[in-house]
Ligand binder design. Structure first.
Ligand SMILES: N[C@@H](CCC(=O)N[C@@H](CS)C(=O)NCC(=O)O)C(=O)O
Length: 131
């Protein structure tokens, strides 16, 4: 006979181990595996990846800074892409960040514009871009 505690432990393990189980219980938007894979590839396949929106002033600041450092960022403007909102939901699921810009360097999540500007002020951004 399985006790309530054992059942809870089992559910917890399933929740931790299987993403599909996690998504079943998640309150967030459901993101298809296809969009998740596409988003992960965008992050992995580009040294600098920025999810942006054309009208977003923070995004403009981020793009300007990266351009000034010749970072050659791969930018996806989510508001002009047909699956832009799906990518935004996937990014939220992967990083917990829903806002744009959403910046990645060397496959690592950097954060938004304020995070990028802070890295630059601390002199750490150039080093990151060199690696
Ligand atoms: N503190 C954030 C501010 C970013 C922000 O507020 N971005 C707005 C667009 S300008 C946003 O993402 N709004 C929600 C949305 O567009 O879905 C940063 O530095 O990146």
């Amino acid at each position: 006979m399985i006790t309530l505690l054992q059942l809870l432990v089992l559910v917890y393990i399933l929740y931790k181990v299987f993403p599909i189980f996690k998504r079943l219980f998640s309150t967030g938007t459901m993101v298809s595996e296809q969009v998740l894979s596409k988003t992960k590839a965008l992050i992995k396949d580009h040294k600098v990846f920025v999810a942006s929106k054309t009208y977003c002033p923070y995004c403009s600041q981020t793009k300007k800074l990266l351009e000034s450092l010749n970072a050659n960022a791969f930018v996806v403007e989510l508001d002009t892409e047909p699956d832009g909102s799906d990518i935004q939901a996937a990014l939220a699921e992967l990083t917990g960040q829903r806002t744009v810009p959403n910046v990645f360097i060397n496959g690592e999540h950097v954060g938004g514009n304020s995070d990028l500007q802070a890295l630059n002020s601390q002199g750490k951004l150039k080093t990151l871009l060199k690696n």
